[in-house]
Design a protein around this ligand. Sequence first.
Ligand code: CA
Length: 223
Amino acid sequence: MRLLVVEDDPDLNRQLVTALTDAGYVVDTAKDGEEGHYLGETEPYDAVILDLGLPVLDGVSVLEKWRRNDKKMPVLILTARDRWSDKVQGFDAGADDYVAKPFHMEEVLARVRALLRRSAGHASSEIACGPLLLDTKSARVTVDGNAIKLTSLEFRLLAYLMHHKGKVVSRTELVEHLYDQDFDRDSNTIEVFVGRLRKKLGVDVLRTIRGMGYCVSEPDDAA
Ligand code: CA
């Protein structure tokens, strides 16, 4: 899952990026509204964390411009404490949720998890596929109750496919959602990671759809 953080306060920006990266997301960042707007317009983010008080272009205008241009990614806005009018303006501009400053990082993480799974159509924090279970809260993956140890990239790959369970995801889409903008992307390496992941899981849920991409779906009934 790839996120964008638009926050001009350098300390807060860094704290958000660190916490989100530690939680297993790939994070791009912008420090003013114009740069943030450009990134959201040109890169495919799974969710955005958007401060409202931003230099150059304010957060509400950024959000309005995205929504006018049919950008549908979930957006969590950061508002000043006790400014109820900020929240109203933010929601009217197309925000999906908000956190008031100062906030606990755990709350931001929980709200991001909820936005990601709701936008993918999952109501609960656990996503299951046959014996495979992804707990988005603890970032744990189990097969038949046994924990599977994954590298951060393998986890991101599986989490993306699990959130889009039953859909075919192309290699290009995976590359766009697994790496940040500065990464030297090579879609051929995806095949290698899929192979390793499949071996670690040991269950037949991760399919290659020739010429199209990959799909996580329920294993075939052996009977
Ligand atoms: Ca600010």
